[in-house]
Design a binder for this molecule. Structure first.
Ligand code: ZN
Length: 136
């Protein structure tokens, strides 16, 4: 592990209630994918996530949580998305990469949907550390 990235990566600070919301939303849609918009703020070295929004026009299926960036409203407080992977892998799929990136962070949660199956990525595909807090 001698390779160390020079670029400082952002940390992701997430409210416990948001984590629980992502988990219960994902479970309720299983075996379909679900997708949520993350609300919060970004600074140079941190993304803070304090709320969730169900995107308009969302549709979902076993391998696809349908939304296009075209449908997403523009709002400064939208910092990214969270979506579920019923397959059990929390790596970004080909569709995820082709779909384009919305905001500063993409959270993927894999079946069986808990803290440990959750991962966050920046728009370059780098994994970001998730820190959970009970209050902000
Ligand atoms: Zn995906």
């Amino acid at each position: 592990m001698s390779e160390k990235k020079q670029k400082m990566q952002r940390g992701v600070l997430v409210l416990r209630s948001v984590i629980d919301g992502i988990i219960s939303y994902s479970k309720s849609l299983h075996p379909n994918e679900g997708i949520l918009i993350l609300q919060g703020k970004t600074t140079r070295d941190q993304v803070t996530i304090e709320g969730l929004i169900i995107p308009p026009f969302a549709s979902s299926g076993p391998y696809y949580s349908g939304f296009s960036n075209y449908h997403l409203p523009f709002d400064n407080s939208y910092v990214g998305t969270a979506h579920s992977h019923p397959s059990g892998s929390n790596r970004p799929s080909l569709e995820d990469l082709n779909r384009g990136f919305y905001g500063a962070v993409s959270i993927i949660i894999a079946h069986p949907y808990d803290d440990r199956t959750m991962a966050a990525y920046d728009r370059d595909g780098n994994k970001l550390e998730i820190n959970i807090t009970n209050s902000l």
